[in-house]
Write a protein that binds this ligand. Sequence first.
Ligand code: ZN
Ligand code: ZN
Length: 75
Amino acid sequence: MKPENCAYCGDMTDLPFHCSYCKDPFCSEHRLPEEHRCVKLTQIRAKKFGERKVIRDGNIGKPSGIKRFFRKFKK
Ligand SMILES: [Zn+2]
Ligand SMILES: [Zn+2]
């Protein structure tokens, strides 16, 4: 692996870490998206939020099933 400059602080590093999101080389200090203010960070957060929303939607689906059960029970 050839030495590269960290895209965030500019330090030369023999073992550059490449961000799996923006593909830029970073030193060990700035390899995490949060540490180099990754341009994809908002997209990563949006994806995480989306996953949480899916779980929440799944929970919303349950009461409607219970409601349907009670309607059936009344008749
Ligand atoms: Zn750095
Ligand atoms: Zn990045």
